[in-house]
Structures are given as C-alpha cells and as structure tokens.
Design a protein around this ligand. Structure first.
Ligand SMILES: Cc1cc2nc3c(=O)[nH]c(=O)nc-3n(C[C@H](O)[C@H](O)[C@H](O)COP(=O)(O)O)c2cc1C
Length: 163
C-alpha cells in the first residue's frame, strides 16, 4: 500500500493549532528564531513542554545543540513575524520587537505567553526531532487574541471566543 504523504500532511492541517516562535543563541552576538505550531505541554511537575523540529531545517543543528531556548506564543499582531521566521533561510531577529529574558534568548514583545526553557532531552522521531524543554520561568498576558493556524492558513478565534 502506498502512503500519500501530501494528503497526510493536509489531514494533519485539519487540527487547528496556535503558533509559537522559538528563539535561541546561535553565536556570541546572534540569536535566531523559528516559527512552529508543534508546541505542546507535556508535564506540570516537572514543568516540561515540547516542540518538533524538521531535520531538513538548516536551523536543526543550532536548536538541537542549544542549552536553552525561549518559546513565545504569538498573537494575531504577530502574523508578519511568523511568516518571516517561517521563510527558508530567514533566521535573523533583526528589526523584530523583542524583550530580554533572564536565560538569554529574547522573547517576542507582546507574546501572549513566554516560556524560558532549559533543554531537557531530544528524541529522534522520523524526519523530525522532538525537543523537550524544562520551563525555568514563564509569563503570560491577560489579554490578546491568539494567532491560529488551520488548513495551511493563518486565522483567529471567532469573535465570540473568550478573550
Ligand atoms: C505556521 C507554521 C508552523 C510551522 N511549524 C513548524 C514546526 O513545528 N517544526 C518545524 O521544524 N518547522 C515548522 N515550520 C516551518 C519552519 O518555520 C521553517 O519554514 C522551516 O524550518 C524552513 O526554514 P529553514 O530550513 O531555513 O529552517 C512551520 C511553518 C509555519 C508557517
């Protein structure tokens, strides 16, 4: 039996997700970021989260070798930043509104929530690597609408959804 990978990918896109940007330090002076929708919570105690990284990404080695990274949960105002950091080879955070974190990798300004993570484990998983992070510090905003990804497109929650 042949497995239609393209159709599989489209079917997975029927699961609506939020969007996050993960940032880490690439060199002494340089941070970079990547847009992901594979972010998920794992454990409350200890506090663990995960995300998955495509092995084909040219950022794969940087993130899988990172000792820490910061997860910023995006709001609807972040759509442009999300598109930019999803472009192949477009890693730079230059010109993006950022704020400092204690661990180092910057968070996106006005993120709905921020999770500062130390790398806990990585797991080989087919054409992706699963990265599990231990949350050292976190913050959240009370208000703001989440950026949503569904069927390959950006969207937002319906206007009657709770803020
Ligand atoms: C909404 C959205 C979600 C994405 N989620 C992931 C993800 O979870 N993991 C991943 O490796 N790439 C994900 N990507 C793709 C990356 O952002 C990026 O396009 C890819 O790494 C190619 O660029 P690179 O080779 O320069 O790293 C996503 C892209 C978009 C637009």
């Amino acid at each position: 039996m042949t497995f239609d990978t393209r159709a599989f990918r489209s079917a997975l896109g029927s699961f609506p997700t939020g969007v996050a940007v993960i940032t880490t330090q690439a060199s002494a002076e340089r941070h970079l970021g990547i847009t992901v929708n594979s972010f998920a919570s794992v454990s409350l105690d200890p506090p663990l989260v995960l995300w998955c990284m495509d092995k084909k990404s040219d950022r794969h080695h940087v993130f899988t070798n990172a000792t820490c990274y910061t997860v910023s949960i995006l709001g609807t105002d972040h759509q442009e930043v999300s598109s930019r950091l999803a472009k192949q080879g477009s890693h730079s955070l230059e010109g993006i509104a950022l704020r400092d974190t204690d661990l180092g990798p910057p968070a996106l300004e006005d993120a709905l929530a921020v999770f500062e993570c130390e790398a806990e484990t990585i797991h080989d998983a087919g054409d992706h690597t699963i990265l599990i992070g231990r949350v050292i510090r976190f913050a959240r905003q009370e208000h703001g609408a989440p950026l949503v990804f569904f069927r390959g497109r950006y969207g937002a929650l319906a206007s009657n959804a709770p803020d």
